[in-house]
Structures are given as C-alpha cells and as structure tokens.
Design a protein around this ligand. Sequence first.
Ligand SMILES: [Zn+2]
Length: 89
Amino acid sequence: MSDQSFQTFSLSRRTGTGTTYAERVYGFLVEHTPQPICDDCIAKATNIARENINQLTSILGLTRDFGKAEGTCAICKGNKRVTRSQRYA
Ligand SMILES: [Zn+2]
C-alpha cells in the first residue's frame, strides 16, 4: 500500500485508535488478521452501516494489504464475499 493510499483513507498507522469509518474498519480487519470476515459482520462489529462497509472493503480489497474474495466468514461461517487483512499475517 502506498503512502498516498493511506492518505486517501486518512488512516492512522496505530490501528484500533481511529475514529473515522475507514480507521475503524481497517483496525477491525487488522485485529482479525488473517481471518476472512464478511461485510455484515464488519458492519455489526464496528456499528457502521453495511453500505458504507461495502464501499470501504471494496477499496481496501484493491490494496496489497487486504484481499476481497468469495470465501467463508470466520465469524458467521456464511459463504459470501469476505475481506481479510494480509498486512500482519
Ligand atoms: Zn460474517
């Protein structure tokens, strides 16, 4: 992930301390590295609307640190599109 991408998300490099939607989603996914998690479970855990989660995980999925693909969610065990952090795996 380039520094420019970081600025786009306004992310803090200290995960779990952010207050923006992007920071909360990012921190949640990094905390759960390398488990794949679906948008629904991310929405519930971060208390953010699912539409916003979908947008954020779609962007994160384009970066080198995250992947978005069909898979089994580590939390609800559903087969759907999941996002996982590869950053600290
Ligand atoms: Zn799930």
